[in-house]
Design a protein around this ligand. Sequence first.
Ligand code: PBG
Length: 327
Amino acid sequence: MEINQQFKRHRRLRSSASMRSLVRENHLRTADLIYPIFIIEGENIRNEVPSMPGVYQVSLDLLHEELKEIYSLGIRAMMLFGVPNEKDEEGTGAFVDSGIVQEATRVIKQMYPDMLVVADTCLCEYTSHGHCGVIHNHDVDNDESLKLLAKTAVSQAKAGADIIAPSNMMDGFVTVIRQALDEAGFHNIPIMSYAVKYSSAFYGPFRDAADSTPQFGDRKTYQMDPANRLEALREASSDVEEGADFLIVKPALSYLDIVREVRDRFNVPVVAYNVSGEYSMIKAAAMQGWINEKEIVMEKLTSMKRAGADLIITYFAKDVAKWLNEE
Ligand code: PBG
């Protein structure tokens, strides 16, 4: 037959690599990436996390090597998690000046002053019970926990952290941490709020890496129900009112609808946290030879940008930086 109907020829803009590159709408950049690392107390330790191949718990004395690699790849933002030797009811290790994250921050800022240190502000890695705050009557006490989180944020800022990222999901954490930072003279230290943090099974491998599994119960009285969308907007809106400078949506992959809505409704930078379980699933399939790791990772992270994320926290940051540098 002869086709004489008019129709649109979308393939015109896909005809070659140069053409596709010319019309590409979203781009990954190394500058968009934040690389999370786990610092463990002790010496000469470099433990691969069994459920996160390629991710290590590193002791302070071995941090230099790790830092050199990260810096030379062009990564300029890191998120720090501490794995302390000792834990107690109040999570004291989170807010003492000699805490592992505080020590690591000093090492990093001394070696690379222009490397941004993002401190995760939470108690779960430091409490004996593994919850993100202090326990009263078998539940996490919101306001008592806020006082310790404020202390933690100030001690992190004192050690040189550039950004405070509270992940504990207590109500009012932005207000209280902002007030404490300001009173301590840290007016210019921004808060990257884990505003929208779901109670997610995708955090499983992280809890191995950070040794932060709750010893009883779960986090459902403070982290969000994965079924909810409006609740995410309420959380984001109160955090913006309270003074959050960035909004995190976490996890990323199963919540790209939320990333889009948060991007559309608020005018602060939006951060997607590509969490541990999302990393492990790809690694596992790649190790079996079932998928092309590079292509899957690039596609996945690009989808986060397309959904509206300005920045991405990802354990793949080093790989992505390498791949981008090769191009
Ligand atoms: C601490 C915290 C968690 C993650 C980041 N900060 C764990 C949790 O809430 O249980 C998870 C990150 C990941 O899975 O990669 N509250």
